[in-house]
Ligand binder design. Structure first.
Ligand SMILES: C[S@@+](CC[C@H](N)C(=O)[O-])C[C@H]1O[C@@H](n2cnc3c(N)ncnc32)[C@H](O)[C@@H]1O
Length: 351
């Protein structure tokens, strides 16, 4: 079916559901066409033109407008989750349905707002019907917290599991979301740092998690990477990934506190990807680095100029440790972490 000019009834979004039901009861809504949402208003396609005022009685206090515009037909099979849920949720609830999701191996992770908690199983099952290639649909439960940065998940559909193999740039990463931190949104960073590393380098990843930086580097470069994490499950997963990839570099996994890594002036490069806590470890990183070594420092920063803010913060921390930033090679926003807050990275040469 093609798009078509049709009479419409326009109401504000929060009256939409009530009016939609009334129009359906009176067989006035043309269900073959898609309701349009624009600037806080809904345009409901009608079966036929109505005379102004003819709906005053049935709609009661609701103010509405009539007109004519182009409408798209309802697709025969839903193109996305919102379309697939149209028969299950009210119009207000449909507005809250997540438009994006994370893909981790064969697991899809949805973030369902609290307002939709009564519908989360339906959302998960409809999502799974739409994306049959995933084994599992999980929903995030609560925020990431604690030293190990792990969060809880709830299975909404498919196989109840949190373990999978995730592939980034050809790297096979063993992941268990319930046991160790992993975010599929950092793949560009993992690859970027690996590309900067040169053959022969000694690298220390102070907070390696399941080890995406070490695996990316050791797949591409003949470097030695010391991979430290305080979470034994994360290191077990890294060990598993080491067996899943063809590595040309070497990885030395260590379970422990990065502070206890006692080597000094050994590393050409230190990776500090622990944005909520790295600031506390800058003096250890300075100790581990050789003079003119490179630090990849991650932090959460808000404000109007997060680039300047993170550079200043790192300079202060490095100076407090008795060193200085010789050059800043790069500052970049890795991703949004909250409204008006970014996860930032600085690549700095330390002397
Ligand atoms: C944001 S996650 C790391 C993510 C990982 N670099 C990646 O790209 O997936 C931070 C990690 O730091 C670890 N961690 C927290 N405190 C630590 C410490 N004192 N020493 C070593 N690891 C620590 C946590 O267990 C967690 O795995």
């Amino acid at each position: 079916m093609m798009s078509s000019k049709k009479p419409f009834l326009k109401v504000v979004v929060n009256e939409g559901e009530r009016v939609r039901r009334i129009l359906l009861e009176h067989d006035l809504l043309d269900v073959d066409y898609t309701i349009l949402s624009q600037d806080g208003a809904l345009f409901l396609p009608l079966r036929h033109e109505l005379v102004d005022g003819s709906l005053d009685e049935v709609l009661g206090y609701t103010s509405y407008e009539l007109g004519e515009m182009e409408f798209e037909p309802v697709p025969s099979s839903p193109r996305n989750l919102v379309e697939a849920l149209q028969d299950h949720l009210s119009l207000e609830d449909l507005e809250l349905v997540p438009r994006a999701y994370d893909l981790i191996g064969d697991i899809a992770v949805l973030e369902i707002p609290d307002e939709l908690s009564d519908h989360k199983e339906t959302i998960g099952q409809v999502f799974h019907r739409l994306h049959k290639n995933f084994s599992t649909v999980l929903s995030k439960k609560g925020a990431i917290s604690g030293t190990t940065r792990v969060r809880e998940y709830e299975c909404l559909a498919g196989e109840d599991k949190t373990e999978t193999i995730h592939i980034e740039y050809g790297c096979r990463l063993a992941v268990d979301l319930s046991k160790a931190y992993f975010s599929p949104r950092l793949l560009e960073e993992h690859n970027r740092v690996a590309q900067l590393t040169k053959d022969g380098e000694f690298v220390v990843d102070m907070f390696c998690g399941v080890g995406p930086f070490p695996i990316h580097i050791a797949r591409q470069r003949m470097a030695h990477i010391v991979a430290i994490d305080i979470n034994p499950d994360a290191i077990n997963l890294l060990r598993k990934s080491m067996g899943l990839n063809k590595l040309i570099g070497s990885i030395e996994p260590i379970v422990g506190d990065a502070r206890d890594y006692s080597e000094s002036r050994i590393a050409d490069r230190v990776i500090m990807n622990h944005p909520s806590g790295a600031f506390d470890f800058v003096s250890d990183a300075c100790r581990i680095l050789k003079p003119h070594g490179v630090m990849h420092y991650y932090d959460f920063v808000g404000g109007d100029n997060p680039e300047e803010a993170i550079k200043n913060r790192l300079s202060r921390l490095v100076e407090a440790a008795g060193h200085s930033v010789a050059t800043v090679n790069l500052v970049r926003r890795v991703r949004d972490s909250a409204p008006y807050e970014f996860q930032m990275v600085v690549d700095a040469v330390i002397v």
